[in-house]
Ligand binder design. Sequence first.
Ligand SMILES: Cc1cc2nc3c(=O)[nH]c(=O)nc-3n(C[C@H](O)[C@H](O)[C@H](O)COP(=O)(O)OP(=O)(O)OC[C@H]3O[C@@H](n4cnc5c(N)ncnc54)[C@H](O)[C@@H]3O)c2cc1C
Length: 298
Amino acid sequence: MSFGLFNKKIDNILPGRVLTDREDLVCYGFDASLRDGIPLAVVKPGDTNDVSKVAAYAFEKNHPIVPRGAGTGMTGGSVPLKNSIILSLEGMNRIIDIDEKNMIACVEPGVINAHLQEQLEEKGLFYPPDPASMKFCTLGGNVAENAGGPRAVKYGVTKDYVLGLETVLPHGRILNTGGKNFKDVVGYDLTRLMVGSEGTLGVITKIFLKVLPLPEEVTTLLCTFSKLDDAARTVSSITSSSIIPSRWMDHMYRFQMTLKRLLLYVHPVTARSVWLKIYIPEIVFGRQGGPYPRPSTI
Ligand SMILES: Cc1cc2nc3c(=O)[nH]c(=O)nc-3n(C[C@H](O)[C@H](O)[C@H](O)COP(=O)(O)OP(=O)(O)OC[C@H]3O[C@@H](n4cnc5c(N)ncnc54)[C@H](O)[C@@H]3O)c2cc1C
């Protein structure tokens, strides 16, 4: 099929939702792996039926479909293959429901991780998986990559929170696995199979997530060590004494880097030491009340 005819056909399927200009295609042709490619077209579905229509068409015409969230993946998963269609889920970004009583959130795949966190915090809840890219990456991308983050040691990764999925299979059929109830567990665990499948098995169009109560307070410790070995030994002795910090950070935010540079002039030993940030949940200190601090709080 000629490129012009392809454009016309795909535009007929989802009018106004298809990009084929080269400058648009380039923008959707790479991710954080820094690999790149040029797709045949970028399609921006508005709902599950749109995804299903495009999948059926692509299946019939033998065009690979590459789902894409925010393109922050580091594995090249959203980089287009030859003759492929990029299915950009960024417009499917509704938080469908936050069910406070059952502690479950239902979202579309294009919701940015941090946007869900903000909405949950207002209701005294939180969703633990917090990839460092959380201000940009989508929950669909997180599920497809089984993303973790600094809170993973204490709380686990994305697979530990996905209760159910709606997925459009390659030929367009819509598959529902798991669901809103914790005991939706009959049969093969296809939800687990989809988590981490990097878009190879289908396009995730709806996600049911388990959420937790927001910790009342988190205390942050900043420790400095003269040797890396000492820092590593401290990490193991803290975890082996039954304290699991809610986050470990071994890198510095910009403010702390500046502080380190200033310290070089007044206290070079501390400045050159290894810095480790440890976030201890309130349960260790038995504190009550107080806001949940942003990670930049020392
Ligand atoms: C600065 C930075 C920090 C990062 N920190 C972390 C971290 O702490 N922990 C971590 O785990 N990762 C981290 N990452 C990697 C990346 O952010 C995550 O993998 C994230 O989950 C990708 O989400 P995305 O929306 O950008 O997905 P994309 O990059 O667009 O896609 C990633 C994969 O998911 C597939 N996909 C996307 N949406 C769907 C969908 N709806 N259905 C089916 N498949 C889909 C794509 O085809 C692709 O294979 C980081 C990346 C950067 C750039």
